[in-house]
Design a protein around this ligand. Structure first.
Ligand code: BTN
Length: 254
């Protein structure tokens, strides 16, 4: 199991048939000293997980992988890499979908096609003694050939196959993700968040429209006004603004 073309030298691909979770495996490799660019890819996961400890059901045919980075920057900055990863996924899937397909990014870490979730991204990190992130695992799942039914998910889901890319495979998608990720990662590393933020905003789902953000034990409603310079969601509520650091965004009408 390999991408059909070699990915850029930055990446060291560990290809597996079955694993509990590619992110758990990447964390184990990280603890054993694996370097930046280690990418764990599996055909199937038995305990894939998403944000807030939710299960990520992982049948064969879809793409499951986790990329280890060692950014050595403060946690608030490295969380911006969720937008870097989302842009790389959005670029990679846009190339395979019919022209004009609506590929958008939903704050903070989903990629949608025609308003339905096709990909989820999960960042998990650990810090060194100085408080900088020395191990960041970016776990990415993309529904290539199948997706969970509505009754099993919080947000409607779709797959690339259902959206008009019947030939796409996990390997060919990973092959396109890698160079795209490197472009955005280099941009972030060398010039900061500015152009990543601009590119993400250009793809943002429901920007300037009413949303509901489900937070732990609370719901906030308002208009998705902006992404602030750190990556927080700016929610306009009446005359004021609220910065949201974590939560699940849903469409709303006010
Ligand atoms: C989410 O939408 O909540 C994020 C989902 C992330 C799923 C991917 S699949 C590959 C990697 N391994 C995991 O266990 N999770 C991530």
């Amino acid at each position: 199991m390999q991408p059909s073309a070699a990915p850029p030298g930055f990446f060291r691909i560990v290809a597996l048939q079955t694993i509990d979770s590619t992110s758990e495996e990447a964390k184990r490799l990280s603890r054993d000293g694996a370097g930046e660019g280690t990418l764990v890819w599996a055909a199937r996961q038995t305990s894939g997980h998403g944000r807030f400890g939710r299960a990520w059901i992982s049948p064969p045919g879809n793409l499951y992988f986790s990329l280890l980075l060692r950014p050595r920057r403060p946690p608030q900055e490295t969380m911006q890499l969720t937008f870097v990863a989302a842009l790389a996924v959005a670029d990679a899937i846009s190339e395979t979908l019919p022209p004009g397909a609506a590929v958008t990014c939903k704050w903070p870490n989903d990629v949608l096609v025609s308003g339905k979730k096709v990909s989820g991204i999960l960042l998990e990190s650990s810090t060194d003694g100085a408080g900088n992130v020395d191990s960041l695992v970016i776990g990415i799942g993309v529904n290539v050939v199948s997706h969970p039914p509505l009754e099993e998910v919080q947000y409607p889901a779709t797959s690339l196959r259902a959206e008009g890319a019947p030939e796409e495979t996990a390997g060919s998608l990973l092959e396109r993700f890698c160079p795209s990720f490197l472009v955005w990662y280099e941009e972030w590393r060398q010039r900061g968040f500015h152009s990543v933020r601009e590119a993400w905003l250009a793809r943002a789902e429901r920007l300037h429209r009413p949303i509901e953000v489900r937070l732990e034990g609370d719901t906030a409603a308002g208009v998705f006004a902006d992404l602030d310079p750190t990556g927080a969601l700016v929610l306009r509520q009446g005359g004021g603004q609220r910065l949201i650091l974590a939560g699940d965004v849903f469409p709303a009408e006010v």
